[in-house]
Design a protein. Structure first.
Length: 222
């Protein structure tokens, strides 16, 4: 038997099927609670990363006959006669000093250089020379490896010729009359290459501002 539906009945059946298949309308997700800010207590200030400290401000001068000799782009010209090394620091930090007859250490030791256990260059650990206090010999070692360790602990316990330490800073002077065991006036090297190192930050490396280089050129005898 065949049933025939009119257009209106067919439309009603389609609408009823659609309503029955959709199910209940979805409900929206419940609102999330608003986070409540939690008060925190500030801790102590964090130390700046290593290597970010301001560069050390210090000065090295060569003095002869009571006058500071001009420094022209790292070169100081002096008479072949006794002279004085003067170092000015913001505090009495130890100074490492190397004097050599060539600029090999100038080239090898640069900011960023790391001191390793097998390092045999000047300024490296273990290369410091033993010396008496107060510089009685007035001597400067001229050697590519030996290092003067010029410390200051007290008015009578240091390796400078003279030391002045105040709340404003430290001024150290070391007289040089002999190069190794030879009087300066009798030496023959045309120049000395002087390295000055103050290790103010990272113990195992040379940081920016910690190294100063002076070429001390001896003027020809007139």
């Amino acid at each position: 038997m065949t049933y025939r539906f009119g257009p209106l009945a067919l439309l009603l059946s389609v609408l009823l099927a659609a309503c029955g298949g959709n199910g209940p309308a979805p409900t929206s997700a419940p609102p999330q609670p608003t986070p409540v800010p939690v008060a925190t207590q500030a801790g102590p200030p964090t130390a700046a990363p290593a290597g970010t400290a301001a560069p050390l401000e210090w000065q090295v001068e060569i003095v002869q006959d009571g006058a500071v000799l001009p420094n022209s782009n790292g070169t100081v010209t002096a008479a072949r006669a006794p002279f004085t090394i003067r170092v000015r620091l913001p505090s009495p930090l130890p100074v490492k000093l190397n004097a050599a007859a060539t600029d090999a250490n100038f080239q090898a030791l640069q900011p960023g250089f790391v001191f390793t256990e097998d390092c045999l260059l000047a300024l490296c650990t273990g290369m410091d020379a033993a010396e008496d206090r107060l510089n009685p010999d007035q001597a400067l070692f001229v050697d590519p490896e030996l290092t003067h360790y010029l410390y200051y602990l007290a008015p009578e316990d240091h390796r400078w010729s003279r030391a002045e330490v105040t709340a404003q800073g430290a001024t150290f002077e070391r007289d040089v009359a002999y190069l190794n065991s030879i009087a300066v006036a009798e030496s023959t090297d045309p120049a000395l290459y002087l390295l000055f190192f103050v290790n103010a930050a990272n113990e195992q490396q040379i940081d920016s501002g910690e190294l100063q280089k002076i070429t001390l050129a001896f003027a020809p005898a007139s």
